[in-house]
Ligand binder design. Structure first.
Ligand code: PLP
Length: 403
């Protein structure tokens, strides 16, 4: 299906067909996997990333690969972005953006509680290269506006945020970024392209860990960066071709297959998450339950406005969470006690606040207080899968009701 016709089609059609067409040689309806790392050429071509024209033939799979290109075209159609480049993992996509955009002396303003890998990369690695890293609570627009000084080059936020499910107002933060001459990157992994399309709201870059909802089955790692054609140039020549964390065509093929059911899966994730969130809200042992689709979520109104689907990520507080986590590891029968999210299998993990502060966020004062408002002493992060919701509630109840 050609990209010029893409926006005439609905999202479910795009998820199935965008970027794909029957194989011209065999008529195969399902896409082939092109595993070849190199391609036979019939004219002399340059050997530099700079000589890569937009309509260049395939040369070498670190530059571009037909199977990866199919995935990129489908993701761009779903996000309504001009361009997409895929990577070996979400962190490879994140690194591609940070290292392509920032140079020594630049200032990065980042959300003060986001994916720990990103927070640690910024704090430990970027600062070592002479990049200034500042943080703010990206759900507090006054705090963002105050911290966004004119020497800021990039703002980096995440919504819903890991692990708190805090929501950031993308359009408002994009406005702040552009006013101070910076650009905004949004890690949209928790939302997926079904729940939120940040580029339509003014963001300049969207990052996905494809390992999560886009793949959806917990069997392939990948990452993506989406942006305008103008912004994607540096991501391609520096982030992809030179830093080189490209995705395997086999993983791209698996993720492309997973994307076909993304709209249907997100609907089911949302329905299940709402059922489980209500069950947890009514449970006497459970403290705060955080799900953007609950009326009680502090950012529910913003989520209603900004999200087309509330996704499947639920967080909740329980007293003595660490002890309960230890029991969950052995006593849960359906839900897996494991990191990651967005799979068809439900996954749960305990994130203790003190531990996370020490290892990763190092928040103090108002920022720590704002974090604790959501997370208390710690949160169970529950990625609600596609099982029968009643079985998930029974599984949680088995541990919660006992002791
Ligand atoms: C998992 C995750 C990442 C990192 O992705 P990988 O594929 O594990 O490298 C980045 N951001 C968010 C929000 C994530 O959940």
């Amino acid at each position: 299906m050609g990209s010029d016709t893409d926006q005439r089609h609905g999202r479910r059609t795009l998820a199935v067909h965008a970027g794909e067409s029957p194989d011209p040689h065999t008529g195969a309806s399902a896409p082939n996997i092109v595993m070849s790392s190199t391609f036979v050429v019939d004219e002399p071509l340059g050997f530099s990333a700079r000589s890569l024209a937009e309509d260049a033939p395939y040369v070498y799979s670190r530059w571009s690969n037909p199977t990866v290109a199919q995935l990129e075209e489908k993701l761009a159609a779903l996000e309504q972005a001009e361009a997409c480049r895929c990577f070996a993992s979400g962190m490879a996509a994140t690194s591609a953006v940070l290292f392509s955009l920032l140079r020594a002396g630049d200032r990065l303003l980042m959300s003060d509680a986001n994916y720990p890998g990103t927070a640690e990369l910024a704090r430990n690695t970027l600062t070592r290269l002479g990049i200034e890293v500042a943080t703010a609570n990206f759900s507090d627009l006054n705090a963002v506006a105050q911290a966004a000084t004119t020497d800021t080059r990039l703002l980096w936020g995440e919504t819903p945020a890991n692990p708190t499910t805090r929501i950031m107002d993308i359009a408002a933060v994009a406005g702040i970024a552009h006013q101070c001459g910076a650009v905004l990157a949004v890690d949209s992994t928790f939302a997926s392209p079904v729940a939120t399309r940040p580029i339509l709201l003014g963001a300049d870059y969207v990052i996905h860990s494809l390992t999560k909802y886009c793949c959806g089955h917990g069997d392939a790692m990948g990452g993506a960066v989406l942006a305008s054609q103008e912004h994607i140039g540096a991501i391609e020549s520096e982030g992809q071709i030179h830093i080189g964390g490209v995705i395997s065509p086999f993983n791209a093929w698996l993720i492309n297959r997973g994307l076909a059911t993304l709209p249907l899966r997100m609907q089911a994730h949302q329905d299940n998450a709402l059922a489980v969130a209500h069950y947890l809200e009514d449970h006497p042992r459970v403290g705060k339950v955080l799900y953007p689709g609950l009326v009680s979520h502090p950012h529910h109104q913003l989520a209603q406005r900004q999200m087309e689907n509330y996704s499947g990520m639920v967080a909740f507080q329980v007293a003595d969470g660490a002890e309960l986590a230890a029991r969950m590891m052995h006593e849960l029968q359906v839900i897996h006690y494991a990191v990651s999210l967005g799979h068809h299998r439900s996954l749960i993990y305990w994130l203790g606040t003190d531990e996370l502060m020490e290892s990763t966020y190092q928040l103090t004062g108002e920022q720590l207080a704002a974090y604790r408002e959501f997370a208390g002493d710690g949160l169970f992060r529950l990625s609600v899968g596609l099982e029968d919701p009643q079985d998930l509630c029974t599984d949680l109840g088995r541990v919660l009701d006992d002791g």
